[in-house]
Design a protein around this ligand. Structure first.
Ligand code: MG
Length: 167
């Protein structure tokens, strides 16, 4: 493998909290439904982590962004399970000869506390991305009360992915 076969991508996503918790739209991060009584406003299930991962993978293979592939004006993606979006994005990347080698994710939010769920989120991501858990890193940070995440208005997520040819 030569270095030129490696691809890197970055993804960023934000979703705003809805004012009311909706049992139909529980908080989902990295494909895991969290117990906190919080909901995010979104056309899909609002999984900011998976959206950032999808955008990072799409970026790595020069395929634009998630909005291009799954427009939020398309009823087909209403309340979509983002796991299905990720699966399609992974297929697209594999068709171009690469798959994730490792991912590094930073979730930015004041609420909820993610530490109790971190291992579950990493395990789910490793499973979805066909990686070992030590190839998936998930960090959570607050912004010390500053800005929109600090005001508990929403959750932001950054992701960097390294893509490599697969056997
Ligand atoms: Mg999104």
């Amino acid at each position: 493998m030569s270095l030129s076969q490696l691809r890197i991508g970055h993804g960023f996503d934000v979703h705003r909290f809805s004012e009311q918790y909706s049992a139909e739209k529980p908080l989902r991060l990295a494909g895991v439904t969290l117990p906190d009584k919080l909901s995010l406003l979104a056309h899909s299930d609002g999984d900011v982590v998976l959206h950032a991962v999808c955008d990072a993978i799409l970026g790595s293979v020069g395929e634009g962004d998630i909005g291009t592939h799954f427009p939020d004006t398309d009823a087909a993606w209403a309340n979509a399970d983002s796991v299905n979006l990720l699966r399609q994005v992974l297929t697209l990347a594999r068709n171009k000869g690469v798959a994730p080698s490792n991912v590094d994710i930073t979730v930015v939010s004041q609420i909820p506390k993610l530490a109790p769920h971190r291992q579950a989120l990493v395990a789910r991501l490793a499973d979805l991305l066909n990686l070992q858990s030590d190839q998936v890193n998930l960090k959570a940070t607050t912004t010390e009360g500053l800005g929109y995440t600090g005001r508990k208005e929403g959750i932001a997520c950054h992701c960097v992915v390294l893509m490599a040819p697969f056997a």
